[in-house]
Ligand binder design. Structure first.
Ligand SMILES: Cc1cc2nc3c(=O)[nH]c(=O)nc-3n(C[C@H](O)[C@H](O)[C@H](O)COP(=O)(O)OP(=O)(O)OC[C@H]3O[C@@H](n4cnc5c(N)ncnc54)[C@H](O)[C@@H]3O)c2cc1C
Length: 350
């Protein structure tokens, strides 16, 4: 980690590979961390390859079964879950934490573990006076990862018969992936033409209940930056108007056309289509600018550049999630586990 966390993947590849096309092929799966080879930490790219070379696990039934397993496990331990209650403020009162929600509920506790992005936890939710200046500056300086356009498609095409694969297809318009990732990260106009990714949950997981008999699901994605959608950001989700919906439809159609290379005739055989924009990502997960993987996995934001200690210099407050060890279900779940251990240890001493 010390050796490869601090250099970019591009620097690492340049040291061992001369063929530019091979470098591009080895960089293609970086979509999974939303940063290109010129920006991503080499350690992150290697852990991504470790995941693929190990088999790239897919939970039967989709990611919702993981969520349900966590929820069931928590309930069995007696945990009370309070859904749809956004926290508006976290402060200290009489040596206790006081958590207030937007709906006006208040909760008192001795410890808190927050898996809300550290930028939001530290710079927005916590009262400014209880945050050490150094910690505030660190969180405030974190740059978010990119966001996405994701089109969920239902079709009555027989994708299995058509030979649609069980894996992820990543397609780039040319060998230089840099321009695509630059657009994604907001340095140039984003474009559905430069790259897209397509997979079929129902093909890879036929028993998963993803689609009715005789139908299939496809997910077509491409990276997009939040700024392109910011003009609608001040409006509530159902009041963004026709122009917003038309723009989403325009990008969706582009992506569906691209995916026809792998699912011929798709545009004529769509039974359902829903497009998720960077604004939708922000609305649904409250992530910073719709970032899909927390703070970007660049060398300066790895290890000590994130909140890997799961603490932030404030007694009784622990952090978990993508802003700590890194993005992905495994790292995020591990961070929650270790944050809980730290919290239990802390409770034994107060
Ligand atoms: C489209 C997509 C595909 C992905 N695919 C994979 C994959 O195949 N494999 C993989 O390992 N990872 C994948 N990831 C990444 C993985 O989902 C994330 O890294 C991980 O879920 C982040 O966990 P977290 O706990 O940090 O944040 P989250 O899972 O986002 O949890 C944070 C929670 O805090 C809530 N919240 C935010 N603000 C507040 C507030 N003020 N009050 C109350 N609650 C609040 C949010 O609603 C959210 O539920 C994917 C991500 C995306 C977006």
């Amino acid at each position: 980690m010390m050796r490869y966390g601090n250099i970019t993947y591009r620097t690492f590849l340049d040291q061992i590979i001369a063929d530019p096309r091979l470098k591009s092929v080895l960089s293609a799966p970086l979509f999974d961390v939303a940063v290109g080879p010129r920006q991503v930490s080499a350690a992150t790219a290697m852990s991504l390859w470790g995941y693929y070379l190990d088999g790239a696990y897919y939970p039967k039934g989709g990611s919702k079964v993981l969520r349900d397993a966590f929820v069931d496990g928590l309930r069995r331990t007696g945990a009370e879950l309070v859904p749809s209650a956004p926290v508006s403020n976290v402060t200290r009162k009489n040596n206790r934490w006081l958590v207030r929600t937007e709906g006006g509920q208040e909760y008192l506790s001795k410890v808190i573990i927050s898996n809300v992005d550290p930028v939001a936890t530290i710079c927005s939710l916590l009262d400014r006076e209880i945050v050490p200046d150094r910690i505030y500056r660190k969180a405030d300086g974190l740059q978010p990862s990119g966001s996405i356009i994701s089109v969920f498609v239902g079709t009555d095409l027989d994708l299995v018969k058509m030979g649609f694969p069980t894996g992820n297809i990543s397609q780039f318009a040319d060998w230089d992936l840099g321009s695509y990732y630059d657009g994604w990260l907001g340095k140039s106009e984003p474009s559905a033409e430069r790259a897209f990714f397509v997979n079929s949950p129902s093909v890879r997981d036929p028993e998963g209940g993803h689609a009715p008999q005789g139908h299939h699901t496809l997910q077509i994605l491409t990276g997009w930056n939040y700024e392109d959608f910011e003009r609608w950001g001040h409006l509530p989700p159902d009041e963004r108007g026709e122009e917003y919906e038309e723009y989403k439809k325009y990008i969706s159609d582009l992506l569906v056309n691209k995916a026809e290379r792998y699912a011929e005739g798709l545009s004529e055989r769509i039974t359902l289509m829903e497009c998720i924009s960077p604004l939708d990502c922000k609305d649904r997960t409250r992530s910073i600018t719709g970032a899909i993987y927390g703070p970007a996995h660049t060398p300066s934001q790895m290890g000590p550049g994130r909140f890997q200690s799961l603490t932030c210099g404030i007694d009784g407050l622990f952090l978990a999630g993508a802003g700590t060890f890194g993005c992905g279900l495994f790292y995020c779940a591990a961070s929650g586990f270790y944050a809980a251990q730290k919290a239990v240890h802390y409770l034994g001493h107060v």
